[in-house]
Ligand binder design. Structure first.
Ligand SMILES: Cc1ncc(COP(=O)(O)O)c(C=O)c1O
Length: 406
């Protein structure tokens, strides 16, 4: 994306080098092929297979699904788009030769605002939340104004890619964000990022901690709250009221998780108009595929019954794994989302990943902060049954002899 001379000037003033600005002008979103959840889970699977699968971890190169393999790697939702969403999608698809055949984009934008009780200038639509997340790094951080986040956490890739200072602060013992330590780590940060619930732990950070950041950050810093999984934890954990109150907050949402639309691509950011304008300068917003907007709008219109049904199914499938892990004495973090972390005694997370892959069950990825743990996505009931059976074999056999055995 070509940056305006004014924006280039302001990036230079913020301490970015010309080379780093070159990366930003590729779009901070150019980092997405490497740092999106899908690409990172792919890289982990390449590693588990001893690097033999090729593909370079670019996400988009993944081939068709092998029905023999359980793939619970990327926090996708096997319930998929809801019935009402699919009906709307089928209806609009034949008209897809027009840019905007039935005003689905308008309806989408207006529903994004009304469901959160904010005005339309407080929300911007994106094809998923990866692009705005990457662009938040360009908008609010720099080589001197850092991006402060949790470790283990999500969302460090883009900032690092463009040369912004990135600081990871260990989670508290209860797996919430240690907000006091985050402020202490850099009182001059440009952005404090809280993923709520956190990926990869699936755990919540309470509202008072958001307020602590807002009360203690530097005046021009921003609190970014990534609510990719918030629907799994209930409306009481949503932060869009802080947006409505015009705080220094940007909230990220996606339709990839509870709504099961990861491949269709829909998402949004909420914030004060001046903050959203800063993020939009880096491109990627607004121009949405009509199939995705029609599907997302129809899904939103279903209302709370959709959430209720999906939460019950997800819990049932997750409990099937949790009960088994308990029985087998495998430690896990009691997540409230559609993924969880577990630790098999005597094996690293990467070894568990590789060993499970030999049993045709691909699980998620590992984080450098906790090398003993590995993340697992909650699949269907049948898939979680297969996960349990594969885990039993891995517990019996131990780690694979070498990565190439995977
Ligand atoms: C915490 C978090 N934020 C953002 C994203 C981006 O998702 P998408 O670009 O599919 O909306 C993900 C994907 O897994 C995620 O886990």
């Amino acid at each position: 994306m070509a940056l305006t001379p004014k924006l280039t000037e302001s990036l230079l003033e913020r301490g970015f080098s010309r080379r780093q600005i070159g990366r930003i002008s590729m779009g901070a979103a150019a980092a997405i092929p490497f740092f999106h959840e899908f690409a990172m889970a792919e890289q982990a699977q390449d590693q588990a297979a001893g690097g033999r699968r090729g593909g370079g971890g670019m996400g988009g190169n993944r081939g068709p699904y092998d029905p023999e393999v359980v793939r619970i790697t990327s926090n996708e939702n096997p319930m998929g788009p809801c019935k009402e969403g699919l009906e709307a999608l089928y209806k609009v698809a034949p008209l897809g030769w027009r840019y905007s055949p039935q005003g689905a984009n308008l309806e989408f934008n207006s529903l994004l605002a009304s469901t959160e009780n904010v005005s339309q200038d407080h929300v911007t639509a994106y094809p998923g939340s990866s692009i705005p997340l990457a662009n938040c790094a360009a908008a609010f951080t720099s080589p001197t104004r850092s991006w402060v986040m949790a470790g283990p956490g999500y969302g460090s890739g883009a900032g690092r890619f463009i040369g912004a200072k990135t600081i990871k602060v260990p989670l508290r013992k209860d797996y919430s964000h240690d907000v006091e330590a985050m402020i202490k780590a850099d009182p001059n940060a440009g952005a404090y990022y809280i993923c709520n619930p956190n990926n990869p732990t699936g755990t919540l950070t309470p509202r008072k901690d958001m307020e602590y950041i807002l009360a203690n950050k530097k005046k021009d810093a921003v609190l970014i709250i990534d609510e990719a999984y918030v629907h799994f934890s209930g409306p009481e954990n949503m932060s869009t009221d802080l947006v409505k109150a015009d705080k220094d907050v940007v909230v990220l949402r996606t339709f990839s998780k509870i709504y099961g639309m990861a491949g269709l691509r829909a998402g949004a950011i909420y914030g004060r108009p001046d903050l959203l304008a800063k993020v939009r300068e880096f491109g990627g917003s607004g121009f949405m595929p009509v199939t995705a907007t029609a599907c997302a709008a129809a899904s939103m219109k279903v209302g709370p019954s959709l959430m209720k049904e999906r939460l019950e199914i997800n819990k049932k499938n997750r409990d099937l794994a949790f009960e088994h892990l308990q029985k087998m004495g495998v430690k896990y973090i009691p997540s409230g989302t559609n993924f969880f972390m577990m630790e098999v005694k005597g094996m690293t997370g990467q070894q568990v990943n590789a060993a499970m892959a030999t049993k045709k069950v691909q699980i998620g990825r590992t984080w450098p902060e906790w090398p003993q743990m590995v993340r697992v996505t909650v699949g269907t009931y049948e898939e979680m049954g297969k996960f349990n059976a594969a885990l039993d074999k891995v517990l019996q056999e131990g780690p694979p002899k070498s990565p190439s055995a995977a």
